[in-house]
Design a protein around this ligand. Sequence first.
Ligand code: F6P
Length: 324
Amino acid sequence: MKKIAVFTSGGDAPGMNACIRAIVRGAAYHNVEVFGIVRGYNGMIKGDIIPLNSQSVSNIIQRGGTILKSARSKEFMTSEGRQKAYDQLKEKGIEGLVAIGGNGTFTGAEIFYNEFKIPTVGAPGTIDNDLYGTDYTIGYDTAVNTALDAIDKIRDTADSHDRVFFIEVMGRDSGYIAIECGIAGGAEAVMIPENLTPVSDIIGILQKGFAKAKSSSIVVVAEGDEEGNAQIIAKKIKEGMSAELDIRVTTLGHIQRGGIPTASDRILASRLGLGALEGLLRGEKNVMAGVVNNQLVYTPFHDTITKKKPVSEDLIRMVEILST
Ligand code: F6P
């Protein structure tokens, strides 16, 4: 394999640039020509494909976002779109792909591989940490730390005003960000889709806290929680509590997607980028590179997108014990 291309797709994540850098520098080391596809699958369809070299990726390891830009492509979901993408790659002589992204990216990559057989290896880049086949995804650690920083700040004002805050964090259908920033931020309760906590339980936790003279509380809510978003939950709690509570809701939103990647994310991204590239050059295809128990492993795209990575029961139990 002498000509490959890399692209980022779906929601951006801090550390994607470090991953691109590792792939490009790794390709130079192995004497492989490398191209960047701009704006993910949309760029593939349009043929927006640029040459990259070691210098193109200087001074990006510390930058959030992605120099290759990202998109969620509707056209790639159609067979006409994928045919156009294949024609572009063929015309440019691209023999293999490294896809950096999450669930949607690998769903597209699997379909594309099955149709056109261009070897593709993925590197997991998403703040959600929801991919089976890797303990952590690129961007997750930074997102947790960003959310934690916000929780710490909200804690100050919550305490000054004796308020209850509901803080909504991202994660799509996964509660990873919520559980870890909740534990690290000393939240009174965490609501995640993996562990159904009825509103009545949260009321019980808050009442117990007030009985012990707690004057402020923080409840971290994962955006995918079954009880609804933080606004809806806060409303239900207000209606269900006899005490007059001073409640506020903060939705952290896209702040969690940006910022300088942490050291952990830069190292993980470098390891997974190089791992994905070297796997591709060794003949891996239709798989995602991941780190499980500190070992580099390759998991079929199919498993990464269909199998669920559970949130540890230990963490869920810990929240219950440590918040009382
Ligand atoms: O997958 C990353 C993520 O940030 C999710 O946590 C969130 O649900 C979604 O993307 C938001 O997507 P968009 O940026 O398209 O609004």
